[in-house]
Every structure is written in C-alpha cells, then in structure tokens.
Ligand binder design. Structure first.
Ligand SMILES: [Zn+2]
Ligand SMILES: [Zn+2]
Length: 136
C-alpha cells in the first residue's frame, strides 16, 4: 500500500509504502493513557517503509521502565504518531488515526485484553488475547 499521514497541526507528515505486517487493537493501560481511554489501533510496518516527509518528531520514553518504547510525537501539537519498540527493532508502530485515510485498517487481533475496560468494544469475531505481543 501507499499511504500518507501526519499530526493534527500538519508540522509532521509521513509516507508509508509496502505491506502492513500486523494490524492490532491494544487494550493495555499504556495505550489507554495515550489514547485518552480507549484501546489503541495500530499497524506495524518495516521501519524502512516509513518516512517522515515534513518535520521531525520529538521523542519520549519512560526512564522508569525496563524496556521502554520510544514514542514519537509532534513538537508543536503533541499528537502521538507512533512508537519504536526494542522488541521490534526493525519496525515502526503507527497509530491508525494519524493516517489521512484509515479505511484500509482491519484489526486482526485484540491484545492485552487483561487490561480491557467494560466500556471497550471488541469487534465481533475478532480474536482476542489477554497478553500476546505479536511477532512480525
Ligand atoms: Zn502537529
Ligand atoms: Zn498497548
């Protein structure tokens, strides 16, 4: 696929090419912080297929975590774009809501449902796992 996206204010823009490796809906507590309460919907891409075309992200990681992910966000509007995980050093994890057109997204698995809140929805027939971190 060829796709573009960016932050809320337009200071950060990116382009993506090639196939999405994994499409997930994550219910973990960290994702709830980042989204504002709902599960996070993300796609995982080979890092080489993700390119910032305008601007550079500010990054942040939690120093108190043993294996923190590096979070990318816009230095101007604060919009979270995605993250890099030490568990997937060759991947970029991108938040679906930052794509200009999100219609391509189809989650293949709901993960960390151990942290699921009662108000979270899991689409009918979507496989769910309480902890799994999918390789890919
Ligand atoms: Zn921005
Ligand atoms: Zn999560």
């Amino acid at each position: 696929m060829e796709a573009t996206g960016g932050c809320y204010c337009g200071s950060l823009r990116y382009s993506v090419s090639g196939a999405v490796a994994v499409s997930l809906q994550c219910h973990c507590l960290e994702c709830q912080y980042i989204t504002g309460g709902n599960p996070n919907v993300i796609v995982i891409l080979p890092f080489g297929n993700f390119l910032y075309t305008t601007g550079s992200p500010t990054t942040f990681w939690r120093g108190d975590f043993k294996i923190p992910v590096l979070r990318h966000f816009c230095p101007n509007c604060g919009r979270a774009i995605g993250s890099r995980s030490p568990a997937r050093p060759n991947s970029m994890i991108v938040k679906v809501g930052t794509f200009d057109d999100q219609k391509f997204f189809k989650p293949q698995l709901a993960i960390f449902t151990c942290d699921k809140q009662d108000y979270h929805q899991i689409p009918k027939n979507l496989p769910a796992d309480d902890k799994t971190v999918v390789k890919g």
